[in-house]
Design a protein around this ligand. Structure first.
Ligand code: ZN
Length: 363
């Protein structure tokens, strides 16, 4: 089954095609935009464009290269998505394990699975980075370009633990091998390590039109939604196919837990806060990470509100009393610290207790 078609983004496509056909395509791109808006799908489209044998303004969809890319089987296309951290102790074994995990994900994608958010604790661990370096050091199999896609590049783990490998990655992005194209994607460029961000040319994808989301859902979802159910999904998507596909409860759970925590922090010390800090026994580390992401999103929305920008989800009234975004941004930094600590082996309850105090201090 070929990939699901790329929806929308006509402007970005034109821009990329014009650059590619005049040999002005940057070798390292950072594609940003809403969750589920099609960033990695656009990266795959771009891979098809540069590998297509016809060199027109859109991939031809018919040549051998195009068909291989659409089947995720092109030997010069390397697609990295966040995966669980390999368990082996030996670094070489870890790389093998990462390669197997990635192959498994590609198998699912080939079977036509629709977009789903990666698990909260999945990452690009050192093993994935090593695998990327190994592949990048080889030459092109088909004799043409090579494309490396790094989805959710904000999941490139903080790499102080292994400065050697981290530096090698940075060097790779600074001086990419001839004919290699690196496409990184992320929801928010500020979440990507600054050292990586500074080496990439940004490309921002805008929201899709409701009509585009609607037509994708009716053509691709089985059973195809219709009537009010379809409109609820389109509305929930707010310009993103991924948002329209996500089950309402899944993301909703993380947001309501984050909301409870914020409400308790804002209410000040007392039994409610103690309860909030003690209460949620996170079944999986991924749930905890998802809650932190929801918390960060909510604080970000409040920061937007202080700047007079439209707010896209409900935020606690008490957060809106801030006149400037500064305290909210500081709170977001504390959440980011907790998120980083959560990659390690720190107990979520312990992190939550510290975070609660930190937030009470800055908010
Ligand atoms: Zn083609």
């Amino acid at each position: 089954m070929p990939l699901h078609p790329l929806v929308g983004h006509a402007g970005a496509r034109r821009q990329l095609a014009a650059a590619a056909r005049s040999d002005r395509l940057p070798q390292v791109l950072l594609v940003t935009g809403l969750v589920g808006v099609g960033k990695q799908r656009l990266a795959l489209w771009l891979a098809q464009l540069v590998l297509c044998e016809l060199k027109e303004l859109e991939p031809c969809d018919r040549c051998r290269s195009c068909r291989l890319v659409q089947g995720l089987a092109h030997a010069d296309l390397h697609w990295f998505v966040p995966i669980p951290r390999p368990k082996a102790a030996d670094p070489d074994k870890q790389v093998e394990e990462a390669a197997e995990l990635l192959a498994g994900v590609m198998e699912e994608r080939r079977a036509g699975s629709l977009w789903a958010a990666p698990d909260g604790m999945a990452s690009h661990s050192m093993a994935s980075v090593r695998l990327l370096q190994r592949q990048a050091s080889l030459t092109s199999v088909e004799g043409g370009a090579r494309v490396f896609i790094i989805g959710d590049a904000d999941r490139l783990i903080p790499q102080e633990a292994n400065p050697e490998a981290a530096n090698a990655l940075l060097k790779l992005l600074e001086e990419p091998p001839a004919g290699a194209l690196f496409v990184l994607t992320t929801l928010d460029p500020r979440r990507v390590l600054p050292t990586i961000r500074s080496r990439a040319v940004p490309l921002r994808l805008t929201r899709l039109a409701d009509a585009e989301v609607r037509s994708f859902l009716t053509e691709r979802l089985r059973p195809a939604p219709s009537g009010p159910a379809l409109e609820v999904r389109v509305g929930r998507g707010r310009g993103s196919i991924g948002g329209a596909l996500a089950e309402g409860d899944e993301a909703g759970g993380a947001y309501s837990t984050a909301r409870e925590l914020l409400d308790a922090v804002l209410a000040g010390p007392g039994p409610a806060l103690e309860r909030a800090l003690r209460q949620p026994a996170f079944a999986a580390r991924g749930e905890f990470a998802a809650m932190l992401d929801a918390l960060s999103d909510t604080l970000g929305e409040a920061a937007r509100a202080t700047l007079g920008q439209p707010v896209r989800r409900s935020v606690p009234e008490a957060l809106l009393r801030h006149r400037t975004p500064a305290p909210l941004l500081r709170a977001m930094e504390r959440v980011a610290d907790a998120r980083e600590a959560a990659w390690g082996n720190v107990n979520p309850q312990l992190l939550l207790a510290v975070l609660g105090e930190d937030l009470a201090e800055v908010l």
